[in-house]
Design a protein around this ligand. Structure first.
Ligand SMILES: Nc1ncnc2c1ncn2[C@@H]1O[C@H](COP(=O)(O)OP(=O)(O)OP(=O)(O)O)[C@@H](O)[C@H]1O
Ligand SMILES: [Zn+2]
Length: 474
C-alpha cells in the first residue's frame, strides 16, 4: 500500500516519495509567541504531530523542525502594554507553549529555531536575493519584487493581475516605499525603541516570511519533503516563503505542502485578534476537559476540513474518548504485558493503515479502532463482574496491544493511574453501593448522589439497572 497525500501545490493527492529513501524532512510553521495558545493552534499542532507519528510508525526517520516567531509587531505591542521587553514576552509564551502542547501529548520537535537566533541566515538570504535582483532596498527597508518572479502565486493559485483589482484599499506605512503594492518586506528599518540588528541596509529587523525560508535552509536544507501549516498561511506566508527560497536557490523549497483546516466559531476562524478564542489552558483547567478529548475532537475530522467548535462536538468527542479509553485500559485489568510485536496483517491494522495512507484520514483510523475498543470495553465489564472474560485472554491481549499501539500513533494514550480507584477494594465498593441503596430507600437522595459522585471521582462508574440492580466498573 502506498501513502498518498494531498499536496496544496498541485491541488491533488499524490503518492508520497521522500527525497532520500526512508527519511522525511518536515518543517512546521510555529506560533507567534505573544499570548496563550488557543484551540486553533492545538488543532494545527495535533494534526502535524499525528502525521509525524504516523510517518515514524510507517518506518520513516522523520526530522521535524518547528520555529518560534519571537519578533513581531504583536509581541512588541504586548511588551509595551506590559512595560516589559520583547524577550520577556517571547520567553514566557514559549514556555507556556511547551506546557500546553506537552499536555496534549504533542511530541517535541527535533529543533525549535527562533527568528532572533537566525538573523545571520536571514541576512545572507536577503543579500542573495538582492544580488539576483529579486530584492531592493528602499528607505531602510528591503522588499521582495514579486513582479520579477514569474512563478509568484503558484501555491495559492493567485495571479498578480487579479490581486491588483482588490488592492486599492491597502494602505500602510510601507506602501510609499514599495515599487509595487504586493511586494513584501524582507527587512524592516529600525523604529525608535524597537529591537534592531545591524545589516548592510542599516539597523532593522527581519520580516515574518523570510525567517521561515532561512530556518528551513539552515536546519533542513534547500529542498525538504513536507512543509506544513494552517490553511490561512497559504497566502501570503507560504507563497512568500516559496518565492524567497526558490528565487535564492533555484530549487524547489518543499515537495509536498500540507495545510490544516481552521477551527471555526460560528463560521469564523478562532483567533486572538477576533477575540472568539478559547485557550488550551481554559479547556483543560477551567473546564476540566481531558487533553485526550481535545485530541480526539481534532482527530475526528479530516485535518484539511474546517471544524466548528461547539459544546455538542466536544461532548461527542468526550463520549468517543471514554469508549476508546476503556479499551486502552482493558489490559491493565487483565494484568497483561505490552511487550511483543503486534500482527501487522490483522484486519484492524490493515484498516487503520488504509485510512492513514489515504492522506492521514484520522477519522477513518479511529473508526478502525472503535470495534476493538468496544469489544474490550465489554469484556472489561464482564471481567469486573464475573471475574473472567468470555473470550480467551490471550486473544484479547493481542487485540489490546494492537489497540494501544495504533491509538498511540494518533497520540491517544490512557494512564492506568488516572483510573485508579484510590485503593478501594471490590468489597469496599460493594459496601458503598449498599449504603447508597439504603440512602435511596430512606429518600436521602443527596447522600445517594454524594456516594455516586465520590466513587466517580475515584474512577468507579455505577450503572443503575431496572429493578434496582447496580452494576459498576472501574
Ligand atoms: N483557528 C485556527 N484553526 C486552525 N489552525 C490555526 C487557527 N489559528 C491559527 N492556526 C494555526 O496555528 C499556527 C500558528 O499560528 P500563529 O501564531 O500565526 O497564530 P495566528 O493565526 O496569528 O492566530 P491568532 O490570530 O489567534 O493570533 C499556524 O499554522 C496557523 O495557521
Ligand atoms: Zn512559516
Amino acid at each position: 500500500m502506498a501513502l498518498v497525500v494531498y499536496n496544496t501545490l498541485t491541488r491533488r493527492k499524490e503518492p508520497f516519495e521522500p527525497i532520500e529513501s526512508g527519511h522525511v524532512k518536515m518543517y512546521c510553521c510555529g506560533v507567534t509567541v505573544y499570548d496563550f495558545c488557543h484551540l486553533g493552534h492545538a488543532r494545527s499542532y495535533i494534526a502535524w504531530d499525528t502525521v509525524r507519528r504516523y510517518l515514524t510508525w510507517r518506518g520513516y526517520k522523520v526530522r521535524y523542525v518547528q520555529n518560534f516567531t519571537d519578533i513581531d509587531d504583536k509581541i512588541l505591542n504586548r511588551a509595551r502594554e506590559e512595560g516589559s521587553t520583547m524577550e520577556a514576552v517571547a520567553e514566557r509564551n514559549i514556555q507556556l507553549y511547551f506546557e500546553d502542547m506537552r499536555r496534549l501529548n504533542i511530541l517535541d520537535a527535533d529543533a525549535y529555531p527562533r527568528a532572533t537566533n537566525t538573523i545571520d541566515g536571514i541576512k545572507r538570504l536577503i543579500y542573495e536575493l538582492e544580488q539576483k535582483e529579486f530584492a531592493y532596498a528602499a528607505g531602510g527597508d528591503v522588499y521582495y519584487a514579486v513582479q520579477h518572479d514569474r512563478e509568484y502565486g503558484k501555491l495559492s493559485g493567485r495571479k498578480l493581475e487579479d490581486m491588483q483589482a482588490g488592492a486599492s484599499g491597502r494602505v500602510d506605512d510601507e506602501e510609499p516605499k514599495k515599487r509595487y503594492p504586493f511586494d513584501f518586506a524582507l527587512w524592516k528599518g529600525a523604529k525608535p525603541g524597537e529591537p534592531a540588528w545591524d545589516s548592510p541596509w542599516g539597523k532593522g529587523r527581519p520580516g515574518w516570511h523570510i525567517e521561515c525560508s532561512a530556518m528551513v535552509r539552515e536546519f533542513l536544507g534547500e529542498t525538504i519533503d513536507i512543509h506544513v501549516g494552517g490553511a490561512d498561511l497559504v497566502f501570503p506566508h507560504h507563497e512568500n516563503e516559496i518565492a524567497q527560497s526558490e528565487a535564492a536557490t533555484g530549487k524547489s523549497l518543499a515537495n509536498y505542502w500540507l495545510h490544516n483546516g481552521m477551527v471555526n466559531v460560528d463560521g469564523e476562524k478562532m483567533s486572538k485578534s477576533l477575540g472568539n478564542f478559547t485557550t488550551i489552558r481554559d479547556l483543560l483547567d477551567k473546564k476540566g476537559i481531558d487533553p485526550m478529548v481535545i485530541r480526539f475532537f481534532v482527530l475526528q475530522a479530516s485535518y484539511r476540513k474546517p471544524i466548528d467548535f461547539t459544546n455538542e462536538a466536544l461532548s461527542a468527542a468526550q463520549n468517543g474518548w471514554e469508549t476508546l479509553k476503556d479499551g486502552l485500559l482493558f489490559g491493565f485489568k487483565l494484568n497483561s504485558a505490552l511487550e511483543g510485536e503486534i500482527d501487522r496483517t490483522s484486519q484492524t491494522v490493515q484498516e487503520f493503515q488504509a485510512a492513514m495512507d489515504d492522506d492521514f484520514n484520522t477519522s477513518g483510523a479511529l473508526a478502525a479502532l472503535f470495534p476493538v475498543a468496544k469489544e474490550l470495553q465489554r469484556q472489561g465489564n464482564i471481567l469486573v463482574h464475573e471475574g473472567k472474560t468470555d473470550t480467551a485472554p490471550d486473544i484479547l491481549q493481542v487485540q489490546w496491544k494492537t489497540l494501544v499501539e495504533l491509538a498511540k500513533v494518533l497520540g491517544l494514550e490512557a494512564e492506568p493511574e488516572a483510573e485508579s480507584s484510590g485503593g478501594l477494594s471490590d468489597s469496599e465498593i460493594e459496601t458503598l453501593i449498599q449504603q447508597r441503596k439504603d440512602a435511596k430507600k430512606a429518600k436521602d437522595f443527596a447522600e445517594a448522589d454524594r456516594i455516586r459522585n465520590d466513587l466517580q471521582v475515584q474512577g468507579i462508574t455505577l450503572i443503575d439497572k431496572p429493578g434496582g440492580e447496580v452494576i459498576w466498573h472501574r
